[in-house]
Ligand binder design. Structure first.
Ligand SMILES: [Zn+2]
Length: 117
């Protein structure tokens, strides 16, 4: 999948990439500003999906690196939730319990792995 370009909140797609803006307008059924400006298709806020369609996103690039400390904190939190859930009613559904165990194991492996700092 092609990487989406980040569109900052204070930027207008029209200014950043005129071609993408025109494609988006086309998908909305075209511009009719000549009849009454700005027309509905031009003034309607752009949704995330519409942006994605033309190769953009509002979302900032995510940091994919999680530190070991953060991982450990999450692991501890999950363990606490798991321990708490054993002593409370209603019980945690099985599938959630399995998922919890699975994630805990993944985190443990990550924390113990050597490649990460
Ligand atoms: Zn228009």
């Amino acid at each position: 999948m092609e990487k989406l370009k980040h569109l900052p909140d204070d930027e207008c797609l029209m200014d950043v990439d005129e071609q993408a803006w025109e494609i988006l307008l086309e998908k909305r059924g075209g511009c009719s500003c000549s009849m009454c400006a700005p027309c509905f298709n031009c003034s309607e806020p752009i949704s995330e999906e519409e942006l994605n369609d033309v190769g953009y996103t509002y979302e900032k690039e995510r940091l994919t690196v999680m530190t070991k400390r953060e991982s450990l904190e999450i692991l501890l939190l999950l363990s606490s939730i798991e321990a708490w859930s054993l002593n409370t009613t209603p019980l945690l559904p099985d599938y959630l319990h399995e998922e919890l165990s699975e994630k805990k194991e993944q985190l443990t492996n990550f924390i113990l792995s050597e490649e990460q700092k």
